[in-house]
Design a protein around this ligand. Structure first.
Ligand code: NAD
Length: 272
């Protein structure tokens, strides 16, 4: 089924986790521009989330949006978010597992709390939200407005493949996301559920402020990016929305790296 540009997700409902800030905010806005109804999930910033929902409804007179609070690492809160989303919009068609955080420390100083929090949010959060989405897709069944019965997009990172000293909890969580996504895709593809990941490189958001806020830091960062610019949330929004449309219907179980070439290992440009 071919859809009109910018109306590719009409009649579909999308949950974007961690959508009050950074990449999640831009993904939510881009979903709205393509006419999806959007659940703007947040955990700490109700004003920011309400503002995103308001902007989605103002930018487009078709898309509807609500802000819903839930800590993605808490089973009861995730289930409640899906219950309210279904009550409000009827069903859920697209899940973007975007919520994530970092708690960095040298390995020998990393506390169990730092390790556990990052794994709980970045990996268990994706499991809990995906499980609720899949339960909804299976109980609702096929729809006539999308080739797939439902779509899940996992926000991973270049650090699902690039080791990251001082951030072992984060790298382990994103490595986990890769095989969570692929194993879900293998199991659920036969049921018509399409699942992929987006792996951003360095995108200019609050999560990595240290890497871009001074000219020196930005200069160092450019040594890691062959395309020679920092990424913007819109770079990720465009690809994530496309992965939710029928235009990408035959892409399943894949990770799309959106990284300006960071995974080309530019340190080897001069033979290492
Ligand atoms: P960000 O800090 O702006 O956004 C993260 C969002 O997740 C925030 O809205 C935050 O409140 C939310 N969040 C944190 N814990 C949560 C919880 N328990 N429940 C619900 N929401 C929670 O950072 P960002 O750069 O926009 O990151 C978004 C995603 O992109 C993350 O998964 C991150 O790992 C990934 N990513 C970012 C970059 C980058 O360079 N910015 C690179 C690779 C991957």
């Amino acid at each position: 089924m071919r859809q009109n540009p910018n109306h590719r997700l009409s009649g579909q409902t999308c949950i974007v986790t961690g959508a009050n800030s950074g990449i999640g905010k831009e993904v939510a806005m881009a979903m709205g521009r393509d006419c999806a109804n959007v659940v703007v999930n947040y955990v700490t910033d109700p004003v920011g989330a309400e503002e995103v929902a308001h902007q989605i409804e103002t930018n487009d007179n078709i898309a509807k949006a609500i802000a819903l609070k839930a800590d993605v690492s808490r089973e009861d809160q995730v289930q409640e978010m899906f219950r309210v989303a279904k009550q409000h919009f009827g069903t859920v068609d697209i899940l973007v597992n975007n919520a994530g955080l970092q708690r960095d420390a040298p390995f020998h100083e990393m506390t169990l709390e730092q390790w556990q929090l990052v794994l709980d949010v970045n990996l268990t959060g994706q499991f809990l939200c995906s499980r609720e989405a899949v339960r909804e897709f299976l109980s609702r069944g096929k729809v006539d407005y999308s080739c797939a019965m439902g779509k899940i997009i996992c926000m991973s990172s270049v650090h699902q493949v690039i080791p990251w000293a001082g951030h072992v909890n984060y790298a382990a969580s994103k490595g986990g996301v890769e095989l969570l996504m692929k194993s879900m895709a293998q199991e659920l593809g036969p049921k018509g559920i399409r699942i992929n990941s987006v792996a951003p490189g360095a995108i200019q958001t609050p999560i990595n402020r240290d890497a871009w806020e001074t000219p020196e830091a930005l200069n160092d960062l450019m040594k890691l990016i062959p395309y020679n610019r920092i990424g913007q949330p819109a770079d990720i929004g465009a690809v994530t929305v496309w992965l939710a449309t029928d235009e990408s219907d035959y892409i399943h179980g894949a990770t799309i790296f959106v990284d300006g070439g960071m995974t080309l290992y530019p340190g080897f440009t001069t033979n290492g």
